[in-house]
Design a protein around this ligand. Structure first.
Ligand code: TYM
Length: 346
């Protein structure tokens, strides 16, 4: 009897993006999102991109931006994204993102876009009258990024939750108004590391735009600089190493970082440092951080030696992404009533 051919069942998809807003990603990006990007490659078909269109929503120096893409790509690979298994690409290389973004803007109400906390925060200082329309439309572009790939999971940090909620609302609205087109994507946000805090101001999130240099650990910092930042991180009154985000936000944040880099649980660490005070704790964590960033940094630098290969990875990734994205966009255009001349549809 002839052997039956078996087609492997399609793997569920994951998708996520990161903005190229600085030369180095930071610990919040890595622990909140990138580490999960790497682990979810097992058992999923993964699409990971650099959100260059999103970065234009606030002013960027074109020269700086242009230089950053390969460094971002190298850091994604050094973080564990494997281009042989995942499509890694630049958002602007897949024009379907902006195209679906427009359709989604047309089904979003002004009021719901205005309620997005990121818009309120980022336009806060100078008032919404000075904010770009791009900043206002940012969440709908993000919804398009996601929905084009019909992913099951979107691994992100806690600060993206509201955007994911809007994405689900828009997917449901579209499905209801036209025809079922989009499965609802689920945020994949870790409870432990979904929000990493600023080392100097541990009730605010670690953030490129808001943190001081001392409050943020850049993945590409010199390891000795990262160690110093850990040693001078703000700790709380008292001397007990205890996880208590309300009373001890500084120590709790350091415990989160320590636990996630070392694989030791928070209670294990609390036991290990019982009665020993903050000094030992921070000194040991500084070593753990150095052991982590040193190989990350050298791997990134090594990858940057072969710029042509990084560009080839991004090119292959965008071809893979376009294959999926163009099919979804064509369904969407069809369903909303846009025609393609010569497509045979009427
Ligand atoms: P971005 O570039 O600000 O950050 C990239 C990822 O890092 C996470 N993150 C954090 N996680 C924990 N603690 C922190 N302090 C911290 N800071 C940043 C973010 O949550 C994010 O997951 N809008 C997105 C980019 C984007 C996107 C998408 C993501 C565009 N389209 C589609 C997912 C799907 C952003 O600005 O992330």
């Amino acid at each position: 009897m002839a052997a039956m051919s078996t087609t492997p069942a399609a793997l569920p998809r994951v998708l996520s993006g990161i903005q190229p807003t600085s030369d180095s990603f930071h610990f919040g990006n890595y622990l909140g999102a990138l580490r999960q990007w790497a682990s979810l490659q097992d058992g999923h078909e993964a699409f990971y991109f650099i959100a260059d269109l999103h970065s234009l929503t606030v002013p960027q120096d074109p020269k700086e931006l242009r230089k950053r893409f390969v460094a971002c790509a190298a850091q994604l690979i050094a973080s564990g994204v494997d281009p042989a298994r995942s499509a890694m690409f630049l958002q602007s290389h897949v024009p379907e993102h902006a195209e679906l973004g427009w359709v989604l803007q047309c089904i979003t109400s002004f009021g719901e876009a205005r309620r997005m906390t990121q818009f309120k925060d980022k336009s806060g200082k100078d008032g919404e009258g000075a904010a770009s329309v791009g900043l206002f439309a940012y969440p709908m572009l993000m919804a398009a990024d996601i929905l084009l790939y019909r992913p099951k999971y979107v691994p992100v940090g806690e600060d993206q939750r509201q955007h994911l909620e809007l994405t689900r609302d828009l997917a449901q609205r579209f499905n209801h108004r036209y025809k079922k087109t989009f499965p609802l994507p689920e945020p994949y946000i870790l409870k432990s590391t979904g929000k990493i805090y600023d080392l100097q101001n541990p009730t605010a999130k670690m953030s490129k735009s808001a943190s001081s240099a001392a409050g943020i650990i850049d993945m590409l910092d010199e390891p000795s600089v990262s160690a110093k930042k850990i040693r001078s991180a703000v700790t709380d009154s008292g001397s007990e190493v205890r996880f208590d985000p309300e009373e001890k936000p500084g120590v709790s944040n350091l415990l989160t970082i320590y636990s996630s880099l070392s694989g030791r649980t928070v209670p294990e660490l609390e036991d290990a440092y019982a009665g020993r005070g903050y000094g030992d704790f921070k000194k040991d964590l500084a070593e753990v951080v150095v052991d982590f960033v040193t190989p990350f940094r050298s791997r990134t630098l090594e990858l940057l030696d072969d710029r042509a290969e990084l560009e080839a990875v991004l090119e292959r990734g965008s071809a893979q992404a376009r294959e999926v994205a163009s099919r979804t966009l064509s369904d969407v255009y069809d369903r909303v009533g846009l025609i393609r001349i010569g497509s045979g549809r009427d």
